[in-house]
Design a protein around this ligand. Structure first.
Ligand code: NAP
Length: 288
């Protein structure tokens, strides 16, 4: 079975590596070709253009930044006509409405489409423990389950296209909200000279605790936001996706709008490509 992976970024690279380890025949395409070339030594074929990657494989896995990138790569005037009999597995985080319109365009050109966004980051992508959420016709989910299991052992069928994207946005809204809320409390704890260990001990014993707090605590305390798994700029992308979709659905998004300002402030501080735990710097400015 020939698979092409589009987008060899933070997540696309380990995704392609998993497929190579499982002995699939893998072609990789990345806009910045040099990043894709790193996979040649593991047996990947390198496509110079999206068209070449589409023509080489019947299954196309997308791990691209956003819907705009997806349009440019597989739905351009040169590539869209080549989607006949191709299956597109879209794994990036995009909005439900965007996903449905990509499905429509893919089907119009004779292809089939699954959305399979993931929760988890580079370590989980490397060891195949991502939480994979699938939106598609149920029969497609069954047909492509084996491939999805390379990324997470129990891919979860959510519903038709759009439902898994909505679930993924709902989860990422929690990442933004929980993190901004935690850094605000941590800021007060530091400013008031309260022992952080004691704060964490009480928090862990309470119903308010979320494991993400401990995962990010040492980065925040040390102001070490290097080598991100999930950069701030992608958190801002997802917050904006949620705001647009939530407002279109008539939700009151005022709380998330405030969180959005904190993420934007973090980016103004030059921390766009750093780990999103850098939100701490936008909240607790004294010590940044
Ligand atoms: N990192 C995580 O922990 C994580 C977890 C779950 C989901 N996600 C989602 O998965 C997707 C990929 O994330 P990532 O962390 O791997 O991001 P990333 O490292 O920034 O990679 C993005 C990829 O998209 C490509 N790209 C962007 N714009 C393009 C365009 N206009 N045309 C062609 N290629 C384009 C980039 O190519 P270049 O190399 O040429 O820039 C790169 O290969 C995003 O939607 C993200 O929100 C990320």
């Amino acid at each position: 079975m020939n698979i092409s992976v589009f987008g060899i970024g933070l997540m696309g690279k380990p995704i392609a590596e998993r497929l190579l380890e499982a002995n699939y025949s893998v072609t990789v395409y990345n806009r910045t070709i040099s990043k894709a070339q790193e996979l040649q030594s593991l047996g990947a074929k390198i496509a110079q253009t999206p068209l070449e990657a589409i023509q080489t494989a019947e299954i196309l896995i997308l791990m691209l930044t956003d819907a705009k990138a997806i349009q440019e790569v597989i739905l351009s005037p040169e590539t869209a006509d080549q989607l006949q009999n191709r299956t597109i597995i879209q794994m990036g985080t995009i909005a439900p409405d965007e996903s449905r319109s990509i499905q429509e365009a893919v089907e119009k050109h004779g292809g089939q489409y699954l959305e399979a966004p993931v929760l988890g980051s580079i370590p989980q992508a490397k060891d195949g423990t991502l939480l994979v959420m699938v939106g598609s016709k149920y029969s497609l989910f069954e047909d492509f389950k084996l491939i999805l299991q390379q990324f997470g052992s129990k891919p979860e069928y959510i519903g038709e296209v759009g439902t898994a994207s909505a679930l993924k946005l709902a989860l990422n809204q929690l990442i933004a909200a929980l993190t901004s809320s935690f850094v605000l409390s941590l800021g007060l704890i530091e400013q008031q000279g309260v022992d952080v260990d004691k704060f964490m001990k009480i928090l862990r014993e309470s119903a308010l605790y979320a494991p993400t707090f401990d995962k990010k605590l040492s980065r925040m305390q040390q102001r070490n936001f290097e080598n991100p798994n999930f950069p701030t700029k992608h958190l801002l992308k997802d917050v904006n996706l949620f705001l647009n979709q939530g407002e279109a659905n008539g939700l009151n998004t005022e709380v998330l709008q405030a969180v959005c300002h904190v993420v934007e402030r973090t980016i103004e501080l030059g921390l766009s490509d750093k780990d999103y735990s850098a939100l701490f710097s936008a909240i607790n400015t004294d010590k940044s």
